[in-house]
Design a binder for this molecule. Structure first.
Ligand code: FMN
Length: 389
């Protein structure tokens, strides 16, 4: 069953009439317009929605922070950057279900009292841009208040997806993060209270108001981009808490002899190995296993080398560092070089060295980037000592 995505074929964007036929705009948005912003925020809090951009921050809490700032103007920024390797759920969603997303944007802007809405979109996503442009025109013709939504295709870099880097890019500055605080919710775009939300986070909002909080808590629909060594890579809509095993089977199972490991949260969250494939894909279980849910699920077949993949990831972080923070440039390079130099047959002493280097760079840097790179290397090194950890 598909709730977030249109059930139309993936190359065919859902039009206004089709979306309207499945309840679009006239159920959730009609209800939300009759509610106060506080009531909308409380409803989303009760539903337990967390951000789908990677950090899993409770959506209503972020909104509350921005709404509590005394300001005549607030800004909502839609994060359509989707630079995470292996992730294509946002691009698919923007292309296929633009109206579901637009309805979510209207709901969020009402909840925080946003007078300005900026939709940052990776300029390489031509199919999504065309689909959104058509949908925005259609919605406007139907009298929906979508003229305030400015679609801003921007040249993309990996770090530009980070919320403060993205705000800088939208203000015409280099897409580099700033050290928080100040948080965007208090001082963001042009110094105004700003909420940055991922497109999937916004697109699930109509469901909360259409079907109600108890339904949402029970079904909690979520998109998973599954790529790598499975027979049918793709975007799968499943409830939060689905077992990893079920997701992998839905994606056709392994395309190689077996599956060795899975990244449940893209390059930013450590590997899960076979003994955890029956784990539930929910925030608590993933945290307990030392990893997390994020933008993409990347599957590593049993014929590949975990060492090679770990080197690729470390090199990716070294290459994509935005260069603002010298420690990040040095740290990500050092981690990648050390991993490559030491090779795949590590002695206990080499493993200890690698862990020590990684620890040196944990919790450092302006944003979470260096910490993430160090965490991945540390996790790889530790897994060589205790493979089941
Ligand atoms: C290096 C880096 C890249 C990021 N890229 C994206 C991205 O492409 N899309 C996205 O929605 N969030 C991305 N994020 C997370 C955003 O900073 C932010 O947490 C998110 O857009 C907030 O939306 P949410 O609360 O709805 O998840 C990235 C974070 C980091 C540290």
């Amino acid at each position: 069953m598909s709730f977030i995505m249109s059930s139309e074929p993936l190359d065919s964007p859902e039009l206004y009439a089709q979306y309207h036929d499945r309840g679009g705009y006239h159920v959730a948005w009609t209800r939300v317009k009759q509610m106060s912003p506080v009531e909308v925020r409380q409803t989303v809090l009760a539903a337990g929605l967390r951000g789908r951009g990677g950090a899993a921050f409770p959506t209503a809490k972020k909104w509350e922070l921005a709404a509590s700032v005394d300001s005549p103007t607030r800004v909502l920024i839609v994060n359509g950057a989707e630079g995470e390797p292996g992730s294509f759920k946002d691009r698919t969603l923007m292309t296929v279900s633009p109206h579901r997303l637009i309805e979510g944007i209207l709901i969020a802007s009402h909840a925080i009292g946003a007078t300005e809405i900026i939709f940052y979109i990776n300029d390489q996503f031509g199919d999504s841009i065309r689909s959104l442009e058509t949908a925005l025109k259609e919605a406007s013709c139907q009298g929906l208040p979508t003229d305030r939504i400015q679609l801003r295709p921007e040249t993309h870099t990996y770090i530009a997806g980070e919320e403060t880097a993205l705000i800088n890019a939208l203000m015409g500055r280099p897409p580099q993060p700033w050290h928080k605080p100040p948080y965007p919710t208090t001082q963001g775009y042009l110094g105004l209270p700003t909420v940055v939300n991922n497109v999937e986070t916004l697109a699930v909002l109509p469901l909360i108001f259409e079907k109600g909080v108890p339904w949402f808590i029970k079904h909690h629909p979520m998109l998973f981009s599954v790529s790598g060594d499975v027979k049918n890579p793709g975007v799968y809509e499943m409830p939060l808490g689905t077992t990893l095993d079920h997701l992998l089977r839905s994606a056709g199972g392994p395309s190689q002899a077996g599956i060795q490991a899975v990244l449940p949260g893209g390059f930013s969250m450590p590997w899960l190995t076979a003994e955890h494939f029956n784990a539930n894909l929910d925030y608590e279980t993933m945290r307990h296993l030392g990893t997390g849910l994020g933008a993409s699920v990347i599957v590593l077949g049993s014929e590949r080398s975990l060492y090679d993949q770990s080197c690729d990831i470390a090199q990716f972080f070294a290459r994509e560092s935005c260069g603002k923070c010298p420690l990040c440039v040095r740290g990500t390079r050092t981690l990648a070089e050390q991993l490559v130099l030491l090779g795949s047959n590590l002695t206990p002493g080499m493993i200890a060295d690698l862990v020590q280097t990684a620890k040196k760079f944990r919790h450092k840097g302006i944003c979470s980037y260096l910490d993430t790179a160090a965490h991945m290397v540390e996790n790889y090194a530790v897994s060589l000592v205790a493979p089941s950890v």
